[in-house]
Design a binder for this molecule. Structure first.
Ligand SMILES: Cc1ncc(COP(=O)(O)O)c(C=O)c1O
Length: 643
């Protein structure tokens, strides 16, 4: 029961408190907000400068009416347009402000989100800026060549290249594409030379530099002398010599480097650029007619909204990034009187992270809520349980560590009594309630401690409610599992109510790793998130934001949960939205095929078993029919929890 104080705080709580609590203004880049109805809205740019708002709840309702159940990966076309525009306009602005003489050309790295509709939108919205694609494999090159038609946009071929890869890229040259080989290894050069001579086409050649600059953040190993990719100085000279000898040095027009993804500190980016410019200058002195400087990816996303050098954030915005890049190149090259190159960036994460939200419903909750402590216990209650009761009455600032030690000690004694058969389950339940009550008091008062010991620090998570939700971390948020990536998470409605429960969010894979336990709030990163109590007849919806980069293709089939439903929407000027594309997620039959089963064969085998059971008199013919109908429907059904 809530106290009068609780009621008064609950009344005061409104959508602005929720916006603050979930820190939405700091991570959303203005694309998401909370409206006065307490719902998360997407603020979609429509046209050149207008923003229109649509509630995510309205979108969820619309999708469900059209038969698309949760979980849904929601993509927003207007945001792809907005991100491409922001990146290109920011470079234009920086170039103009610095009076830089070169241009900017984006190349979206296909690996960041290879889905057909995402790449198609990038190519479509990018066309007016000649925004091209970066590919790292033959498959990605085929995508680029079939989807791109603007010959001014660049196709950048990174990765190891066999003869087929090289031939495909040379054919692209014949078709008029500005298709660059970025040489990762000197051994690629002889093949590029011989195939281009045989096909009678001039290749466009770049080299990937292995820079000494090391960056901070999760991908720091992509940078520095020990990074896996790129040519060292000796190899670079080898490449120059080979091209000179083949009379193809004039084809060497680009240098590329990639310091790692999600670089949190702008200082590292500047350092890397200055180092790359040194290479650029010396390669020009060697006779290479360089015209392009490709600075790779790394432009970071502020996932936790802290605008800091934390690995889940960045201490700069896009405009500052562009200004720093332009200035660093200009300053370095002006000193040597070199023409300003076309700047290429392969920004992936920053282009698409904001454009997708994973939406799901909560299925159930396990609460860790202690019952009120009794005034007294029966006389024959064992000593350790009486002691636990005492502890629940003495938790107070100054005694927190001592109380914690006592609680753990008496609980061990209670468990020993149970193990020896001296107390029964009901008595242990009484003790467990006292234990839980004491720990909850400790958590409520732990803020009074000067230093929080590790065993107490983990208590909030241990006592948090578990919200079981309808999605798979492994399928839809693999980075949350694999590299503890923080994504912004929040309920998308009921935001005029105070969320009273601290929770972790478990998925439906039945795997102890299948949970979300890294949350960013206004104060700090946390292992729990405040959520609302579930209501009996109403679904509770949660959104995980900024999931448009890397998550969809890295996801896997743990427990055979397949791709979720996907909806791609466009927000219109009249605040309606169009469902531009909808894809039903994998059916059970689909995921079985991925792991080498033949669904038809499974069905036939099952049908035979059911028939055998009829023959043996174990089931009736009607039961057989029901069974095989259910089996057949299940094969066609969604892999996730269906209502
Ligand atoms: C060569 C190359 N370019 C671009 C990217 C994209 O990086 P980001 O998503 O940080 O922009 C990557 C990813 O690590 C990469 O390896």
């Amino acid at each position: 029961m809530s106290s009068p104080k609780d009621e008064s705080t609950a009344k005061k709580w409104n959508f602005q408190d929720s916006a603050r609590l979930y820190n939405i203004d700091n991570w959303s880049n203005g694309y998401f907000a909370v409206n006065s109805q307490g719902e998360v809205i997407v603020r979609a740019p429509v046209g050149e400068s207008r923003l229109e708002e649509v509630s995510l709840v309205e979108i969820v309702t619309g999708l469900q009416e059209r038969g698309l159940e949760m979980p849904v990966m929601l993509r927003m076309e207007n945001l792809v347009d907005a991100r491409i525009r922001e990146l290109n306009e920011s470079f234009r602005k920086a170039i103009k402000a610095a009076k830089y003489k070169g241009e900017y050309r984006g190349a979206f790295p296909v690996k960041v989100n290879q889905q057909y509709h995402v790449i198609s939108e990038i190519v479509r919205f990018g066309k007016r800026y000649h925004h091209g694609l970066e590919v790292g494999s033959k498959a990605e090159l085929l995508i680029a060549l079939s989807i791109m038609d603007d010959r001014e946009s660049l196709v950048i071929c990174n990765g190891y290249k066999d003869r087929e890869f090289i031939d495909l890229a040379l054919q692209a040259r014949i078709l008029g594409y500005k298709c660059f080989f970025v040489v990762e290894n000197p051994s690629e050069i002889p093949l590029i030379i011989s195939r281009s001579k045989e096909m009678n086409v001039e290749p466009m050649i770049g080299t990937r530099l292995k820079l000494a600059t090391k960056v901070e953040g999760h991908w720091s190993e992509d940078s520095g002398d020990r990074s896996l990719f790129g040519l060292n100085i000796k190899q670079l000279i080898q490449v120059v010599d080979m091209l000179k000898e083949a009379n193809l040095l004039h084809c060497f027009q680009l240098v590329h480097f990639h310091l790692g993804s999600q670089i949190p500190n702008i200082r590292n980016i500047r350092q890397g650029l200055l180092e790359a410019c040194r290479y650029y200058i010396d390669l020009c002195n060697e006779g290479a007619p360089l015209q392009y400087l490709d600075i790779g990816g790394g432009l970071a996303v502020d996932y936790n909204g802290t605008y800091s050098t934390d690995g889940h954030s960045r201490n700069y915005n896009i405009q500052e990034y562009c200004a720093d890049v332009v200035e660093a190149i200009q300053e370095s090259l002006d000193e040597y009187g070199l023409a300003h190159p076309t700047i290429i960036s392969e920004s992936g994460r920053a282009t698409v992270a904001h454009t997708a939200v994973l939406l799901f419903n909560v299925l159930d909750v396990t609460r860790f809520q202690a019952e009120p402590v009794p005034d007294s216990l029966p006389e024959d209650t064992p000593e350790p349980i009486l002691n636990l009761l005492d502890v629940t009455r003495t938790v107070m600032p100054g005694r927190i560590q001592e109380c914690y030690n006592d609680v753990m000690h008496y609980r061990t004694l209670v468990r020993d009594l149970f193990a020896r058969g001296e107390i029964n389950l009901r008595t242990v339940a009484v003790a467990d309630n006292l234990y839980l009550n004491a720990l909850q008091q400790i958590v409520a008062q732990m803020g009074t401690l000067k230093r929080i010991p590790p065993e107490i620090e983990s208590l909030p998570e241990q006592l948090a409610d578990i919200y079981y939700a309808n999605f798979s971390v492994f399928q839809s948020l693999p980075d949350a599992w694999a590299i503890n990536q923080v994504f912004p998470v929040m309920p998308i409605h009921r935001l005029n109510e105070e969320p009273t429960q601290q929770a972790v969010i478990a998925d439906i894979t039945c795997d102890c790793d299948g949970k979300l336990r890294n949350f960013s709030h206004i104060d700090d990163n946390s292992t729990t998130i405040p959520l609302h109590l579930l209501e009996a007849d109403n679904d509770y919806y949660i959104g995980v934001f900024l999931v448009g980069a890397y998550q969809e293709t890295l996801g896997d089939l743990h427990n055979l949960f397949g791709d979720p439903n996907i909806a791609s929407i466009r927000v219109n000027e009249d605040r309606t939205f169009d469902l531009v594309h909808e894809f039903e997620g994998d059916s059970i039959s689909d995921v079985l095929t991925y792991v080498e089963y033949d669904p038809q064969h499974l069905f036939q085998v099952f049908r035979k078993k059911a028939e055998r059971a009829v023959k043996d008199g174990r089931i009736s013919v009607q039961q057989r029919q029901q069974m095989i109908r259910l089996f057949e429907e299940s094969l066609r059904g969604y892999t996730y929890f269906e209502k």
